[in-house]
Structures are given as C-alpha cells and as structure tokens.
Design a protein around this ligand. Structure first.
Ligand SMILES: C[S@@+](CC[C@H](N)C(=O)[O-])C[C@H]1O[C@@H](n2cnc3c(N)ncnc32)[C@H](O)[C@@H]1O
Length: 220
C-alpha cells in the first residue's frame, strides 16, 4: 500500500506555486508578509532609488523567495541568496544574470560566509527562511532553528541599512521571546506573524523587524 506523507501531498499552495513558476509554496508566505507589511518599502521611489535595492535571502534554496524578490523589484534590484543546498535549476537560470542576483552555497553560520555576504552589502531587506533538518524532537528542532535565527539577526545588525526591514523564520518553543525582544530593541516595530500558507501542522512562525533603527551612539 502506498502511503503519502502529509508533506509530500501536493496542496493548494504547492499546485499554485508550480503553475506560477516558483519551486516552493513558501513564496506565498513572503508575498502575504510583503502585502501586509510593505517589506520592499522605499523601493523605486524617486532619485534615491538610483542606488540598487539589495535583498539578502538566507536559506534561499530552492529559490522561491529570491525569485519573488527579483520579480517584485524589476531591474533595480539585487538579490544575494545563501544556502547549504543549491538553487533549483529554474532559480539558477534566473540568477544567471549576476547584475541582479548572486548565490553563495555554504553554511550561513560560518564566519567566512558571513564575511563574503557582508562585503556585498549593505542591504535594504534581510530575509531568513532557513530551517534546520528536523529530528522529530521539537525541543532540539526549536533550538537549532533559534541558532539560525540569531545568526540572521547578526547579519541584520551588521549589514542592514537604517530604515530597512527584517524577516526571520522561527520554530516555536525555545527562547524565542528573547529573540523577539532583541528584534524590538533594533527596529521601530518587532512582531510575530504566521502567514496563511504555513501548514497548520507546522510549529513555524515568522518574526518581523520593521524600520531598522540607527545604531546607538557610542558614549563618550
Ligand atoms: C524552507 S527552505 C527555504 C525555502 C526558500 N525560502 C524558498 O522559498 O525557496 C529552508 C532552507 O534552509 C537551508 N538551511 C538550513 N540550515 C542552513 C545553514 N546553516 N546555512 C544555510 N542554509 C541553511 C536549507 O538548506 C533549506 O534550503
């Protein structure tokens, strides 16, 4: 007898993603957050935007969020994706144009990857949809997810422009309230949001930091 796991069964969002040319259903999570919170705020507004709008996409494979950013932003955008895994061949094709998109394959928590990424900043938007391989133990999975989310916040600390936005996936459980507080300390608004396209069985949610604050002035 054939048993399809719940996650292998194509659902409404997976079918829609395929039809619209995205390799993963997760694109609709980003789209919903963008529509609700204006993640690309400041893009294509006036002469200031003769500067590229740069997006950092951590945990980018198979590439739906990078493709969304490329389509959303048009010619004036630059997307840097990072992942342990390669992009899908479709997303690789879109990223072939190095003027608008670059991909680094590696571990986002490693110092050398962080240095290579930051050298291409600063960024207007930092996204992190990275998720650890799950073990089935919710405590361990939440802890591993938190390590990735904290690393993403460090990228934002070092590479996000003042006024920029930040989105990070977290698995609920673990010390996520401390992470959210850390986001609230650095952004005008920090909040959590679970998009409709998240699977109802999933522990994941997203934390958003909207309008990055300037770094605190050093005391004399
Ligand atoms: C849910 S997928 C991201 C989907 C992507 N946003 C999209 O729309 O196509 C999570 C990704 O996180 C990546 N990941 C997990 N740990 C990572 C790490 N330490 N460094 C880089 N990528 C990592 C995985 O390889 C996986 O591709």
């Amino acid at each position: 007898m054939c048993s399809l796991s719940l996650y292998n069964k194509p659902d409404y969002w997976s079918v829609k993603a395929k039809k619209e040319g995205f390799p993963a259903r997760s694109v609709y999570k980003l789209q919903e957050m963008d529509k609700k919170f204006g993640l690309f705020a400041g893009f294509a507004k006036g002469p200031e935007q003769s500067r590229r709008f740069k997006v950092l996409d951590l945990g980018a494979a198979p590439g739906s969020w990078s493709l969304y950013a490329l389509r959303r932003g048009g010619p004036g955008i630059f997307v840097l994706g990072v992942d342990l895994a390669p992009l899908s061949s479709h997303a690789q094709g879109a990223c072939f144009d190095e003027e608008r998109c670059t991909f680094l394959q590696g571990d986002l928590t490693r110092r050398e990857i962080q240095e290579a990424v930051l050298a291409q900043g600063p960024f207007n938007l930092v996204l992190c949809d990275a998720a650890p391989g799950t073990t089935g133990n919710p405590g361990i999975d939440a802890l591993r997810s938190l390590v990735l989310a904290e690393a993403a916040l460090e990228y934002a600390d070092q590479g996000l422009l003042t006024g920029g936005n930040f989105v990070v996936k977290v698995f609920q459980g673990g010390d996520t309230p401390r992470l959210l507080q850390g986001i609230r300390n650095r952004f005008k608004t920090g909040r959590s949001f679970k998009p409709g396209a998240c699977r109802s069985t999933s522990f994941e949610t997203y934390y958003l930091g909207l309008t990055h604050l300037p770094p605190p002035a050093l005391e004399a």
